[in-house]
Design a protein around this ligand. Structure first.
Ligand SMILES: [Zn+2]
Length: 476
């Protein structure tokens, strides 16, 4: 993650795999849900697995849709999970027609949406069927209707905090309403299938499900509607990947119809960032790393799996602002230079520091501002960075980040220019690719060899609890 701002956003940088989640094969008598969670209209980690884990794990399988919605094979799917989507990516007519055909054929669609300005593009789907997300805030108390308690008798929404109501016609049956009887969750038949439209806030948002997610009745409700369309459990239920792949030389650019207008500008930014990363680290990316760049439909951030980096197309209001995108690309790509041995303690800070260095080399004033701001935040906990052990379990996040930047800058000042490059080169030289661990003691030993001086005393002087006796790498 490139900065603290990202922590407030829905997306965290992480090292991930993707694809299909397979539940244990359930007995054939149990109703089985084959869901598709859509992350093509707007990417979030919530839709990339968390929704399935919180509501449907153990009841079937989920496959993610990364590509244009109209291309997804829904023949062996009985639940399609959608969000309002990013305002910059409309639901295409082809996708809306595809969803309608799925509904007509018996599928269930859950559309989680709240009215907003501008109206989320998913509203187009609701409107086709006579429902309209509004800007009207739900009035407490919220209550469930008999239609819902018939599905699960203890259903309640006591913990619901806020949300916007959905205006709809008589074809809809309300499941949750506000104090004035306006719908917050409502369902209608479409052909053989069911369209459920509900406020996004009825569902969870925290990664650990510590917020009210209402799984006690959401799960039975989804199973009730979805399993009215049977699925073949023996058949594969695959993820759908983005449909466009363009070979740019150093990597393959991946995108779908909706992200196509933004993809090339992001790739061009990567092609400008890359030589700077090589110069700063003194090495090429680790073998096999950063072969693919996926464009994500979000302003929320990105992630890296080493081999592939994924970049939120609208991060920092790109392309209007360039620096945040340069820093994000530098960060996510930076992971591919650091691997296969992640840095202990400061694996995320060093990635952002690399992004900041790229911004500096491009003459962007925001780079130094970002660096100085974080160092200032760190000094609130440790004014001269000599007292607090950043390796301690309770070390504050701002201290770790600020102190990391301070250490990189000091190493560069005392042993540079090019100290970081010598560190990366020495690390590649000393560590076998199949080495299992890389500790902070190992790291100090590598740094020591890189600069030709035993740095254990220097790190200890900065409060780091390091010990040359705990590493098998010589410190000089
Ligand atoms: Zn990261």
């Amino acid at each position: 993650m490139p900065s603290t701002r990202l922590f407030a956003a829905s997306i965290a940088c992480a090292t991930l795999g993707y694809g299909v989640t397979h539940a244990q094969d359930a007995p054939t008598t149990r109703p089985i849900v084959h869901s598709v969670s859509d992350i093509s209209q707007e990417f979030s980690f919530y839709m990339d697995g968390r929704f399935y884990t919180q509501y449907l794990a153990g009841h079937g399988r989920d496959a993610r849709n990364w590509g244009s919605l109209h291309r997804v094979d829904l023949s062996n799917t009985n639940l399609l999970v959608l969000t309002g989507g990013d305002p910059r990516i409309p639901y295409s007519e082809a996708s809306l027609d595809h969803i309608d055909a799925f509904l007509e054929g018996g599928g269930t669609v859950l559309l989680m949406i709240d009215g907003a300005e501008p109206m989320p593009p998913g509203a187009a789907l609701a409107l086709r069927h006579g429902a309209e997300p509004t800007l009207r805030a739900a009035k407490a108390p919220i209550r469930v209707t008999e239609a819902l308690t018939a599905l699960h008798r203890t259903a309640d929404v006591d913990a619901f905090r806020s949300g916007r109501t959905i205006a709809c016609g008589e074809d809809f049956e309300h499941l949750v309403v506000d104090a004035e009887g306006e719908a917050l969750l409502t369902v209608r038949d479409v052909g053989e299938g069911h369209l459920i439209v509900g406020s996004r806030n009825l569902f969870g948002s925290r990664p650990d499900a510590s917020d009210p997610i209402h799984a006690d009745w959401v799960t039975p409700m989804l199973i009730h509607f979805a399993t009215q369309k049977p699925v073949v459990t023996r058949r594969h239920h695959p993820a759908t990947w983005v449909e466009h792949a363009e070979d740019l030389g150093p990597l393959v650019l991946e995108y779908h119809d909706g992200t196509a207008p933004f993809a090339r500008a992001i790739a061009d930014e990567y092609l400008r960032v890359r030589p700077h990363l090589v110069a700063i680290t003194g090495v090429e990316p680790a073998p096999g790393m950063i072969k693919r760049l996926l464009v994500l439909p979000t302003g929320g951030g990105g992630f890296s799996s080493g081999e592939r980096i994924a970049i939120g197309a609208f991060w920092g209001d790109f392309p209007k602002n360039r620096y945040p995108m340069v820093e994000l690309i530098g960060h996510e790509a930076g992971h591919s230079w650091v691997l296969p041995h992640p840095e202990p303690l400061w694996n995320e800070p060093i990635a952002t520091w690399l992004g900041i260095q790229v911004g500096r080399r491009m003459g962007m004033p925001e780079a130094d501002q970002t660096l100085e701001r974080q160092i200032r935040l760190g000094r609130r906990f440790d004014p001269d960075f000599t007292k607090v052990n950043a390796l301690a379990e309770d070390a504050p996040r701002d201290l770790i980040w600020g102190k990391s930047y301070f250490v990189f800058e000091e190493l560069e000042r005392l042993h540079g220019p090019g100290a970081m490059a010598r560190y990366f080169q020495k690390k590649r030289m000393l560590l076998a690719p199949d080495r299992k661990t890389y500790t902070f003691d190992d790291l100090v030993a590598v740094w020591s060899q890189a600069v030709g001086e035993d740095l254990f005393p220097w790190f200890q002087g900065l409060g780091f609890g390091v010990d040359a006796g705990r590493t098998d790498l010589r410190s000089r």
